[in-house]
Design a protein around this ligand. Structure first.
Ligand code: DHB
Ligand code: MG
Length: 219
């Protein structure tokens, strides 16, 4: 075990307070054989703290998986808040709904099943009220499309966070032909080129290995 995995365990035990509903959600996913791609507990809390800091009432998530980060975000927006979360896999979405119900936040979360590009386009067409925070954590090749959609679904002051922008350093390889790396690199280039965004990215190391988040604000 790497030292940083031990440290993540220590930090989570000491500070984060992952409760039974979150643990049960993760256990449900392991039993069902879902990929272990959920955010770490301290990362989930980070997402929730950002939401609390900006007073987010409406959060949009690309990539529900089994609802782990969704629970953190749903708790952070409070009983009057809303999380809309996109998931392409019907089975994952069903498991997420069970996990959200167990965490007692199902009534504030809308799990939308389908390709996220299409789900987002439907929200744009419906002129949905803007979201205060967006979390992009779905299939990486589509990241540039998710960013474009997020820009249409936010307002000045909204925060856009993306997971997995480092991926063991592969994101920094300009010669990569991996679709996921290309998606992340195009996403970061688009973020930098977008005059409506001010952004940074932070590398992380912990129970999920070496990775990172980008965070941008819509000025
Ligand atoms: C993968 C996806 C993620 O969002 C993540 O955080 C880790 C891994 C994956 O597709 O392998
Ligand atoms: Mg991720």
């Amino acid at each position: 075990m790497h030292a940083w995995q031990v440290v993540d365990g220590y930090l989570v035990d000491t500070l984060v307070g992952e409760d039974e509903a979150l643990r049960a959600a993760r256990d449900s996913a392991r039993r069902a054989g879902l990929p272990p791609a959920e955010v770490a507990p301290n990362q989930g809390k980070f997402l929730g703290l950002i939401a609390a800091m900006i007073g987010a009432r409406r959060v949009l998530e690309f990539g529900t998986l089994f609802g782990y980060s969704t629970i953190w975000l749903a708790r952070a927006v409070g009983a009057d808040g809303t999380v809309v979360t996109f998931e392409v896999d019907e089975g994952y979405a069903a498991l997420a709904r069970e996990n959200l119900a167990r965490a007692a936040v199902a009534e504030r979360v809308d799990v939308v099943v389908g390709p996220a590009v299409e789900s987002a386009a439907a929200l744009v067409a419906a002129q949905t009220e803007p979201f205060d925070q967006v979390f992009i954590d779905a299939d990486k090749p589509n990241n540039p499309r998710y960013l474009a959609a997020a820009l249409l679904l936010t307002r000045p002051g909204s925060v856009i966070i993306a997971d997995n922008v480092v991926r063991d350093g592969r994101a920094a390889d300009p010669t990569s032909t991996d679709d996921r790396v290309l998606g992340v690199r195009q996403f970061l280039a688009d973020t930098a080129a977008e005059p409506r965004l001010d952004a940074t990215a932070i590398q992380t190391v912990g129970s999920k290995g070496w990775d990172g988040f980008s965070i941008a604000v819509v000025p």
